[in-house]
Ligand binder design. Structure first.
Ligand SMILES: Nc1ncnc2c1ncn2[C@@H]1O[C@H](COP(=O)(O)OP(=O)(O)OP(=O)(O)O)[C@@H](O)[C@H]1O
Ligand SMILES: [Mg+2]
Length: 257
């Protein structure tokens, strides 16, 4: 059951879109996946139209038991198949688990403990909040792979540096099995010189192989899918097909890692 965290320090770069793009690609292949929404904003929970559940990921972080996580799981309402997507829904109160901790405080991962007791999924995807705080550390501690998302911009490159350092920190500490799966460069406009420059810069810092190919282009289909509360492959436009095809390639490469 590979667990993949989708992370970035910067907000609005496309973490949720990438998480749901991968969940959609998995669904189209007939796989059963779980999306853990660790972001107090709850964007993934609402786009997946998760059926209301009495408990959420907040309860699981409080009591990381098998009974608690099983009780909190809820199906998404995409119902397109042939696969399935379940959701560990977010709640605004999850924010209290993101509080600052004093350096040197012993970190005892809770989400990892809960997920270890779960079985039956082909894939677990964790959508992280836009910070590298305690919630993202929970996600990384529970993951086999970390996928860093960025946009081709100056601040994006800086954010990638911090995210990669955080992955390394968790790998050296609580989760030696964690691997950097790669960097997704999102919202690329091939004609924009600045974008080409930033893509080249990321390749020269992290190695060309670390950057997932092809880049994710800027396409209105991504925003439309979000508005419909549907996977992007349900947006029957050229852009929808193009982006869905890229997520399918990303999924293949992640499942090989
Ligand atoms: N490739 C793309 N083309 C066009 N729009 C995109 C693309 N990727 C993301 N967007 C849009 O950008 C906005 C932000 O994306 P998203 O919510 O996935 O980012 P995020 O990193 O999860 O944000 P947050 O940090 O707030 O959680 C959304 O409205 C989404 O539809
Ligand atoms: Mg998000």
């Amino acid at each position: 059951m590979p667990v993949i965290s989708v992370v970035s320090l910067k907000g609005g770069v496309g973490k949720t879109s990438v998480t749901l793009g991968l969940a959609g690609a998995a669904m189209a292949r007939g796989l059963t996946s779980l999306v853990v929404d660790l972001d107090p904003q709850g964007n993934a929970t609402s786009i997946l139209r998760a059926r209301p559940s009495k408990t959420t990921v907040a309860n699981v972080l409080e009591h990381p038991t098998r009974a608690e996580i099983e009780a909190a799981l809820t199906p998404c309402d995409w119902e397109i198949g042939p696969g399935e997507v379940d959701v560990l829904a977010s709640h605004p109160s999850v924010i209290r688990f993101d509080s600052w901790t004093h350096p040197g405080t012993v970190f005892k991962p809770k989400l990892a403990k809960a997920l270890q007791q779960l079985e039956g999924y082909d894939l677990v995807l964790i959508d992280c909040p836009p910070s590298l705080g305690a919630l993202t550390r929970e996600a990384l501690a529970a993951s086999d792979l970390a996928l860093v998302v960025t946009t081709p911009s100056y601040f994006g490159t800086q954010g990638v540096e911090r995210a990669v350092a955080e992955v390394e920190e968790i790998r050296k500490g609580v989760n030696p099995d964690l691997k950097l799966a790669g960097i997704v460069v999102n919202r690329v406009r091939s004609v924009a010189e600045e974008h080409q420059y930033r893509v080249g810069e990321l390749g020269s810092i992290y190695g060309k192989a670390t950057i997932l190919k092809p880049f994710l282009p800027e396409r209105i289909a991504v925003t439309q899918a979000e508005g419909f509360g549907a996977p992007v492959y349900e947006v029957k436009t050229q852009g929808g097909r193009e982006v869905a095809g890229i997520f399918d390639l990303y999924l293949s490469s992640l499942l090989r890692k």
